[in-house]
Write a protein that binds this ligand. Structure first.
Ligand code: NGO
Length: 509
């Protein structure tokens, strides 16, 4: 057979097989996927409408925002029921689907996404995007057909918390850069973005009454660049932008260590009353708030009060890591005064797992970032009823280099290829921390070496989807061979979206 006719044969493969394969390429893997081999396919056309319940208009508009540029169709969002529509229906679904679960049913006559909440509908819509051809993600008009195979997906998350973290302190990222990342992580059903808002190199959030934090403390970054900070209005706008994508912002102000930017801004916060210079290097563990000065607690109180007021979400993160120049008794003394301040706001405290040296309230969440699978502190906290958030540095840190040739990133926790990031079970990872004690997973992206969205994307993709899948998908779906094929299918999507990802040699792109 001539090569030409082979190619033709390839092109004329039955459309249903191609579409059906997309049903099996979704990340994170859904709980159940049932193709309907006799149901044909749904085709998006110039007459399609997006029909929503009133409470789902925002989700409908976001879907339309993805589909309109590439299809060129009008895709009006309407609130009446229509034949042939994409319908987003807030209504009864089985209780096991919880608040973020959804059912997605496709047949020739339409697409129906059903969920109890708009968060569930949003999750269903992210799945629907992946059932359409990759070029649907393009911002310019593309040729159809825009078909989705018939079948049914039933889906809900394994863990309540599926997070990403962005360090905006070591290098500052503008609100638009943060929004771009929010858009990218939302596609993989990430529902928390933890922002590391202050560190030795920069203070990035306005606090009334302490203007030098941002004026001076925010004026630089690693390498000596101009830094930056978020005004309260900008931060509120980020919170809102995230919420529309079912993402809750978790603000972190690291303390008592990692505080050089604050100490440089206010001499009176230092035990010796002398402000140190701003810091633009990447060493850690050399700074501490002054534990025995009253002004320290007035400062921390103001910060906590204002963060709580800026943040509708349940968690405030206080860091607590690498306080190498704070003695243990001082560390405990400090947090004994600070934990009640958080409780008074009605929020839950989160911290890097060393903060367990002090005793957070039982509502407190410990973020495990170790590189081994044992931690007595963490196991004891789990036994005491604290929830644990899993971010093992040698698995979940997106700032680790993939291998020795990676131009960006650090390597203190080891090189982390895609299979390293994927191959661990958060529910059975740290000794004596059972799944019931695990709140979820988070993929931190520290920015000592990262300066812009291209850098973020190169480190986060393709590993972020691996962590997202560990957080969402049932362990029974865990399978590297399947994951790498599904990941390969994301490549053309990222190309269409302009995401600058790392083409890991492990993945059959
Ligand atoms: C550590 C350290 C951070 C670094 C990061 C780099 C934690 C919790 N504290 O993680 O200050 O930026 O490693 O990978």
């Amino acid at each position: 057979m001539a090569i030409g006719s082979l190619a033709v044969l390839g092109q004329s493969a039955p459309a249903s097989a191609i579409e059906e394969s997309r049903m099996n390429r979704v990340i994170p893997a859904p709980v159940s996927v049932t193709p309907d081999r006799h149901g044909g396919a749904f085709e998006l056309s110039r007459d399609t409408v997006i029909s929503v319940d009133r409470g789902a208009r925002g989700v409908g508009e976001l879907l339309a925002g993805v589909l309109r540029p590439s299809t060129g169709y009008r895709l009006p969002v309407v609130t009446d029921r229509r034949q042939g529509a994409i319908t987003l229906d807030l209504g009864y679904v089985p209780a096991r689907l919880g608040t973020e679960g959804y059912e997605l049913t496709v047949n020739r006559g339409g697409v129906l996404v059903k969920a109890r909440t708009s968060a569930g509908l949003f999750a269903g819509v992210q799945t629907l995007r992946q059932l359409l051809p990759a070029k649907v993600e393009s911002r310019t008009k593309q040729r159809g057909p825009w078909t989705v195979a018939a079948g049914k997906i039933v889906d809900f998350p394994r863990f309540a918390y599926r997070g990403a973290m962005l360090d905006v302190a070591r290098h500052f990222f503008t609100p638009d850069e943060v929004k771009r990342y929010l858009d990218q992580i939302a596609l993989y059903k990430i529902n928390y973005l933890h922002l590391h808002l202050a560190d030795d190199q920069g203070w990035r959030i306005e606090i009334d009454g302490w203007p030098r934090l941002t004026e001076h403390g925010g004026s630089t970054e690693v390498g000596g660049g101009p830094g930056g900070f978020y005004t309260k209005a900008q931060f509120r706008d980020l919170v809102k932008y995230a919420a529309a994508r079912n993402i809750t912002i978790v603000p972190e102000i690291d303390m008592p260590g990692h505080t050089n930017a604050a100490l440089a801004s206010y001499a009176e916060l230092n035990c010796d009353g002398v402000a140190p210079p701003l810091y633009t290097g990447i060493e850690v563990g050399f700074s501490s708030l002054c534990i025995d000065k009253e002004i320290t607690y007035r400062f921390v109180q103001d910060v906590i009060t204002e963060l709580a007021e800026l943040t509708p979400g349940p968690y405030l993160h206080l860091g607590g890591d690498e306080a190498h120049v704070t003695t243990d008794p001082d560390f405990i003394k400090f947090f004994d005064r600070v934990f009640p301040m958080i409780e008074a706001t009605g929020k839950k405290v989160a911290g890097w797992h060393e903060f367990l040296k002090a005793t957070p309230p039982v509502s407190g969440v410990a973020q495990f970032w170790g590189t081994t699978t044992t931690s007595e502190l963490v196991a004891d906290a789990a036994a005491a009823g604290n929830k644990i958030l899993m971010s093992p540095a040698n698995k979940a840190y997106l700032d680790m280099k993939y291998d020795e040739s990676t131009p960006l990133g650090l390597s203190w926790a080891g090189f982390t290829e895609v299979d390293d990031a994927y191959d661990w079970n958060p529910g059975a990872y740290v000794e004596n921390v059972p799944e019931s004690a695990v709140l979820g997973v988070e993929a931190p992206l520290w920015s000592e070496t990262l300066e812009n969205s291209d850098h973020i994307e190169f480190m986060a993709f393709p590993r972020l989807p691996a962590i997202a899948e560990l957080g969402w998908s049932p362990w029974s779906t865990h399978d590297w061979a399947s994951f790498r094929t599904r990941l390969a299918a994301q490549g053309p999507r990222w190309e269409a979206m302009g995401v600058d990802f790392y083409r890991s040699p492990q993945i059959p792109w």
